[in-house]
Design a protein around this ligand. Sequence first.
Ligand SMILES: C[S@@+](CC[C@H](N)C(=O)[O-])C[C@H]1O[C@@H](n2cnc3c(N)ncnc32)[C@H](O)[C@@H]1O
Length: 229
Amino acid sequence: MQLSPRLLKIASLVPKCHTIADVGTDHGYIPLVCIDRGIASHAIAMDINPMPLKRAKDNFVKHGYMHQAQFRLSDGLAQLKSGEADVIVIAGMGGPLICDIIKNGAHAIDDNTLLLLQPMIAPIELRSFLFANGYRVCDEYVVREDNKYYNIMAVRKGEAQPTDELIYIGANLAANSTDTIGDYLDYKIRVCQGIIEGHSRSACPDAEAIEKFSHELAIYQSCKKELTK
Ligand SMILES: C[S@@+](CC[C@H](N)C(=O)[O-])C[C@H]1O[C@@H](n2cnc3c(N)ncnc32)[C@H](O)[C@@H]1O
């Protein structure tokens, strides 16, 4: 099974467990590799669309793991009962959609559930939502694949004090992703600088946006400075 660095990293963060549920499973590779490696005994692969769910099923058939898996047509966590899965993966979707899935699927998440979240966009909005809704981002990782950076968050229920670093960069990111963190921060700094310059050159500069991105830029620069000390 040939997995991309993003999928491999997510799978590597799944601890030994009884059941992994994968929301928006598509190809089903994350639960499949967890079963194949003996990390999970059982998988619940879920998708809102029948075609991706069939793709996942076909891959499980191909690898001979059908007896360890269930396939559920489900909008988010709607078809998952409380306590059914000890690990829930929600990967490859936008941050706002992941927020909605967690908000609407709170019944399926208890104090023992580990959530592994990988937003394609809007990680800051996702972290803010988690802090505001009784979730704690315990650890965060960043993976580079095809010149793109992907944030992966390990999340549990619990209260935590949100700091700028936790909201904008992520919990323990520098320690967890030593190979990537420097380049990642440089990239984030370049993006913020580009946005600020664009707004500043405009005929009627958006002062609010300039202030917002200047704040974000200062956090990345300060983290980079700490890193190079
Ligand atoms: C880009 S794929 C990501 C596949 C895989 N999780 C990954 O990270 O590579 C997104 C998948 O999420 C599914 N999806 C979108 N909205 C969903 C929802 N509300 N509930 C469940 N699945 C959803 C889509 O059908 C699609 O198969």
